[in-house]
Design a protein around this ligand. Sequence first.
Ligand code: SF4
Length: 298
Amino acid sequence: MLTHDELPIVHLVLNTDCNAWDLAPTSTSPGVCRFCYRERNKVSTDADTVRRAIDRLRSESEAHRCVFTGGDPVMPYDNHLEAALRHATEAGFETNLHTNGLLLSERFAGIRDHVTVYSLAVDGPDSRTADWFRGQGYFERFLSNVDFLAADQRRLAFNTFTTAVSVKELPRLALLIAEVSRRTEVEYWLISQYRPVGRASTRKAGIYGFGRRDFVRAVDNLHADINDMTIYAQPTRAPEDPYPFRVWVLADGTVTADLGSVAAPRNAVLGNLLVDGFEPLVRRAFALREQTHREGTA
Ligand code: SF4
């Protein structure tokens, strides 16, 4: 059994594609979500397989939370989201739905009772900034999602990506988020910076990259505006600072993990938990990550 300290959270990926790509970019934008590590859908599964994967997660770990991420897990087709959320909550997991929210109102009735926290992406305090990142109409949809979720007293979290320009807008976004937190519970705010990991691109770095120190200072300055809200900062990544260990489970049972190498083009595929078991695969990932760390510091 993996203890809660070893693995507090698991990420479940029902699909790797995303419907935000259908939005039109604004006239000055480099394109919708160009910073995203977008992929065609890599997952092919069925509801029964998803449920069996969740059962293995439950029986072999004390993780308290299952994060539904992607791509975007709220898609215009049946990706077994409702079945998976229901099964995860019935198995005793808290659930966190990471979404752009574009189709949230349409699928809300089917998922409402099985989502602990809705983590909504928003990159700026107005449509000029936010739509530059994610496409025309995005910010308007974000506001309407916040309105109906707050009216229904749902628990929210926010997820923000920054550039050298938009980082200056963080104080205004903090005011918006603080205002939402007076209407309903806001669990955390995650603020990130471009990470030229593995598939580094100088073009993207030119668009999105900026100094780590500027990012850290801007986020530190927010604490005064936002009182006791939890803020997680995800600055750009240097070779010497591997991120906390995370495991992603694809809905066909494939287990992948970040083994700590900044140069790795993508997460390492460890195996399939329906065949190999979940705990053995994660223990192997711990060992491989330790090895990566040793080689990096040797
Ligand atoms: S909304 Fe999220 S998952 Fe979709 S393309 Fe943008 S960053 Fe990627």
